[in-house]
Design a protein around this ligand. Structure first.
Ligand code: ZN
Ligand code: FE
Length: 257
């Protein structure tokens, strides 16, 4: 029986510890200190490190963790992360004995060039770094709108009940933008209330689910005609091709306050 521990770090990052009560695998340890503290608190020993992409807030804690634990480091083959011992890409599988965990790897370029995501089919868990967020998606630092759109489509094709363990608490800001883009979408308004209540109680809004994202996340909903209408009305769009709509949406979000 596996569980996922939420370990907050920095301003708004979530680091994830997948564990069986004894052994743990950490996803995207941007900082070692909160992970070492959580391992000690829950009496866990680290068995593996899983990385989604090369940004410092996702890999910064790796050297310090490796000083404490001699463990394999899994990560994207297409990114230069020196500590990776097991480079991975689309279609490959991570199999750990303790904790007993099987993850399939998806290439999800867009935020970075070689970004990968890990899907635990048996548990229905997706660890997607900075690709899909609750209510939004990652910025395009190294990839194109076409790449991100294809990556998000790959994730949206997973079962609706899949739990999305993304790497940041950006949900309320994302939903404010979602509401701007789709002011008639009542699911966005209902979700905003629910997520606001969680934040008011000091709880994370993550994990989300694929089903919830499909009904509220504009970056999965850009093919809805109302979204193109709204972008045109706001002066952000002239060409209604899906890729142009997606690109305009991502661009508008970049400057939206
Ligand atoms: Zn990032
Ligand atoms: Fe990040």
């Amino acid at each position: 029986m596996l569980n996922v521990l939420t370990v907050p770090a920095f301003q708004d990052n979530y680091l994830w510890l997948i564990h069986d009560g004894k052994h743990a695998a950490v996803v995207d340890p941007g900082d070692a200190a909160p992970i070492l503290a959580a391992l000690e608190e829950h009496r866990l020993s680290l068995a593996a490190i899983l990385l989604t992409h090369h940004h410092a807030d996702h890999v910064g804690g790796v050297p310090e963790l490796l000083r404490n634990f001699k463990v394999p480091v899994f990560g994207p083959r297409q990114e230069a992360i020196p500590q990776i011992t097991h480079p991975l890409g689309e279609g490959e599988t991570v199999t750990l004995a303790e904790p007993a965990l099987r993850l399939s790897v998806l290439d999800v370029p867009g935020h970075t060039r070689g970004h990968i995501a890990y899907f635990a089919a048996e548990q229905g868990w997706l660890f997607c770094g900075d690709t899909l967020f609750a209510g939004g998606c990652g910025r395009l630092f190294e990839g194109t709108p076409e790449q991100m759109l294809a990556s998000l489509a790959k994730l949206a094709a997973l079962p609706d009940k899949t739990q999305i363990y993304c790497a940041h608490e950006y949900t309320l800001a994302n939903l404010r933008f979602a509401n701007e883009v789709e002011p008639e979408n009542v699911a966005i308004k209902a979700r905003t209330q629910q997520e606001q209540a969680k934040r008011d109680r000091g709880q994370p809004t993550v994990p989300s689910t694929i089903g919830l994202e499909k009904s509220t996340n504009p970056f999965l909903r850009y093919r809805e005609s109302g979204i193109a209408d709204r972008l045109v009305a706001a002066g952000h769009l002239s060409d209604r091709e899906p890729i142009a709509v997606f690109a305009a949406l991502r661009q508008w979000k970049n400057s939206y306050r």
